[in-house]
Write a protein that binds this ligand. Sequence first.
Ligand SMILES: Nc1nc2c(ncn2[C@@H]2O[C@H](COP(=O)(O)OP(=O)(O)OP(=O)(O)O)[C@@H](O)[C@H]2O)c(=O)[nH]1
Ligand SMILES: Nc1nc2c(ncn2[C@@H]2O[C@H](COP(=O)(O)OP(=O)(O)OP(=O)(O)O)[C@@H](O)[C@H]2O)c(=O)[nH]1
Ligand SMILES: [Mg+2]
Ligand SMILES: [Mg+2]
Ligand SMILES: [Zn+2]
Ligand SMILES: [Zn+2]
Lengths: 205, 205
Amino acid sequence: KNVLEANRKLAQENRALLQKHGVKAIDVMGAIGAGKTSLIEKLIEKLKNRYRIAAFKGDLTTTIDAEMLSRHKVEVVAINTGKECHLDANLVKKALQRLKLDSLDLLFIENVGNLICPAEFPLGSDKRIVVISVTEGPFMVVKHPFIFMDADVVVINKIDLASAMNVDVKSLETDVKKINPRARVVTTNCRTGEGIDAVMAALGL
Amino acid sequence: KNVLEANRKLAQENRALLQKHGVKAIDVMGAIGAGKTSLIEKLIEKLKNRYRIAAFKGDLTTTIDAEMLSRHKVEVVAINTGKECHLDANLVKKALQRLKLDSLDLLFIENVGNLICPAEFPLGSDKRIVVISVTEGPFMVVKHPFIFMDADVVVINKIDLASAMNVDVKSLETDVKKINPRARVVTTNCRTGEGIDAVMAALGL
Ligand SMILES: Nc1nc2c(ncn2[C@@H]2O[C@H](COP(=O)(O)OP(=O)(O)OP(=O)(O)O)[C@@H](O)[C@H]2O)c(=O)[nH]1
Ligand SMILES: Nc1nc2c(ncn2[C@@H]2O[C@H](COP(=O)(O)OP(=O)(O)OP(=O)(O)O)[C@@H](O)[C@H]2O)c(=O)[nH]1
Ligand SMILES: [Mg+2]
Ligand SMILES: [Mg+2]
Ligand SMILES: [Zn+2]
Ligand SMILES: [Zn+2]
């Protein structure tokens, strides 16, 4: 559709702008409550001594996540998505205008909790992460193939609850590799920080 | 927008058709992996000796949930939603044409896992349930007010994991009542069936 095509063009413009200013952007997608904010928090804690970081958070009405992230003394832009169920390149373009890109190295973009639409709306980032949680059950990957096809890194979170959920983490990993052999899969506990070093390595950070 | 208005009209037509044939329809919405299918399964087990039941399941590509539900010997229509992130009244209208409505009393409609869009797309059901899981964290209700505004029943599921998640179930319940004082809130474990009788009572079944 025209909407998707227009978005793709804007995404390319965003990408060019970010690259021109040497800012690496990472699009963090995932299911509702899967651990996107917790993951970004843990990454910020580990990386802020090496990178100058900013973050975007797309949300309907609240700024809960944006406030949580800004406690880490990084610049945060809360993007009001209205009733949209995904971020788009236009919203990101406007948010980029609020940053001093020359004084940044790394930008985390937390997408709206959704395993469907973000797959169709690239934002112009360098890397795309998808976060799923073992608490969603064993079929999360096979039910949503499209979002995993474009993922650079897939994070399987809340592994501390895998046995309570009776979910086989290895088989979720296999499901990802079948859909996207080049995706790097990392298992994490984003509360304790277990697995975060591996996420950083997978992102090349 | 025109799309929303057109959907509302079709929803009213669906509602009229269901009422004409004496079929009660229940729209089961909720986050990805929150427990929608498990809830419907448990309700079918308890109700199929008293009601003639059918179910719809909206999904992208797989028929995992539809197959799971049909094991209970009820008629199931798997609705292929393509890349749509919500069911709409038109898809439901077409699916209704595949049922012999005169030989049914109760229809469960499992929506796509999404706490945003289904709020804007009524389907023509009598009752709307929203299922959330404690594993999504403590802010699930306040972050998605619109879907709770229209809910008749809110199910807070996976209470067996509430202490592992450090989530206060009572405070989630308070969040719902603030947004929608008339919603009936029930806490459940949809694996064991704990709370299912209360869900039935809340639905008037
Ligand atoms: N047990 C456990 N809880 C976790 C883990 N990671 C995050 N959580 C908790 O899960 C809940 C949701 O985490 P968030 O980081 O807010 O998830 P999110 O994907 O950003 O959620 P939304 O932005 O609301 O879609 C919070 O209560 C977290 O503390 C984990 O590895 N294990
Ligand atoms: N521990 C626990 N697990 C549950 C509970 N209810 C459901 N589950 C599990 O949670 C996973 C997801 O449940 P489903 O019923 O498939 O959830 P859903 O909302 O239909 O998921 P989608 O249709 O894929 O969005 C499954 O592995 C269930 O067995 C519960 O109360 N406690
Ligand atoms: Mg978040
Ligand atoms: Mg389901
Ligand atoms: Zn969407
Ligand atoms: Zn949507």
